[in-house]
Write a protein that binds this ligand. Structure first.
Ligand SMILES: Nc1ncnc2c1ncn2[C@@H]1O[C@H](COP(=O)(O)OP(=O)(O)OP(=O)(O)O)[C@@H](O)[C@H]1O
Length: 258
């Protein structure tokens, strides 16, 4: 069994007293994400979830403090130099490139691919259920298939950290469940550290081991998903998901696990 299959590939991600501002909007993060685990990042609209991911990815730079990935300070490193893959809600693909090429970019930005690269790309496409669709353009795919292509690219990029910014928010519930299962299966195989932004409590509960809850530009609470979704979870989080939502989530999970 490989290291990934043993779940040891992921590395910790730390935002060490990071501050950041968009003009008058101030954000401050001091938080560690456990290696090789899936952490759901939740919080009201505008609480700073995407900004936190962008700081880890390198699309934003801290005003002060440090971003550490696997113990290395990457605060000043450009996105391409960070050991990170990211999947957004949409626009993950280049419209003029076919499925195979979009996935190949995960291996080589110039698409100079070796035979071994091509074999890995074929494997990733098979793994994500896209075999036979290699030559299609993104516009010839469904929304769910486009997100599968983005996940196939994550597989060939093979970085220890995966950032997911509401990647399945525009998909229907059944398809979203399929995609979450795929993420969980890939995580079980590769063991990367996953930071998963979602507004859906049931999605966080389904694949998240931990929850980090943001409010007003900072971390308001963090802990295990089990604690968050138990009656004794943080009050701000309970207010956010709404009275009774926890029960609905529990029922939903029980139904899926039977
Ligand atoms: N490019 C920007 N310029 C100015 N302000 C911004 C910019 N991007 C985000 N903000 C502000 O920063 C704060 C955090 O935004 P962010 O997008 O990180 O929140 P979020 O929790 O991801 O929200 P949502 O759930 O709505 O996607 C908000 O007050 C937002 O208005």
């Amino acid at each position: 069994m490989s290291d990934g299959a043993m779940g040891r590939r992921g590395v910790p991600v730390r935002l060490d007293k990071v501050s950041f501002s968009y003009g008058e909007v101030q954000l401050a993060f001091d938080v560690q994400f456990a290696a090789a685990e899936i952490t759901a990042i939740m919080g009201p609209s505008g609480s700073g979830k995407s900004t936190l991911l962008n700081l880890v990815a390198g699309f934003e730079t801290p005003g002060s403090g440090h971003v550490l990935i696997g113990g290395a300070d990457v605060s000043a490193a450009p996105p391409a130099a960070r050991p990170v893959s990211m999947v957004f809600q949409e626009n993950n693909l280049f419209a003029h490139l076919c499925v195979e090429q979009n996935v190949g970019l995960g291996r080589s930005p110039s698409l100079r691919l070796t035979e071994a690269d091509r074999a890995d790309i074929a494997g990733a496409l098979a793994r994500t259920g896209l075999a036979g669709k290699e030559k299609r353009l993104p516009r010839e795919l469904s929304g769910g298939e486009r997100q599968r292509v983005a996940l196939a690219r994550v597989l060939v990029r093979d970085r220890p950290v995966l950032l997911l910014d509401e990647p399945f928010a525009s998909l229907g519930p059944a398809l979203r469940d399929d995609m979450l299962d795929l993420v969980a299966a890939v995580h079980a195989e590769r063991g990367m550290t996953v930071l998963f932004v979602t507004h859906q409590p049931e999605d966080a509960r389904r694949i998240g081991r931990n929850v980090v809850f943001l409010d007003n530009g900072t971390v308001a609470a963090s802990g295990t998903a089990d604690d968050f979704f138990a009656g004794a979870g943080p009050e701000a989080f309970r207010r956010y998901i709404g009275a009774g939502a926890g029960n609905a989530v529990s029922r939903d999970i029980a139904r899926k696990r039977t």
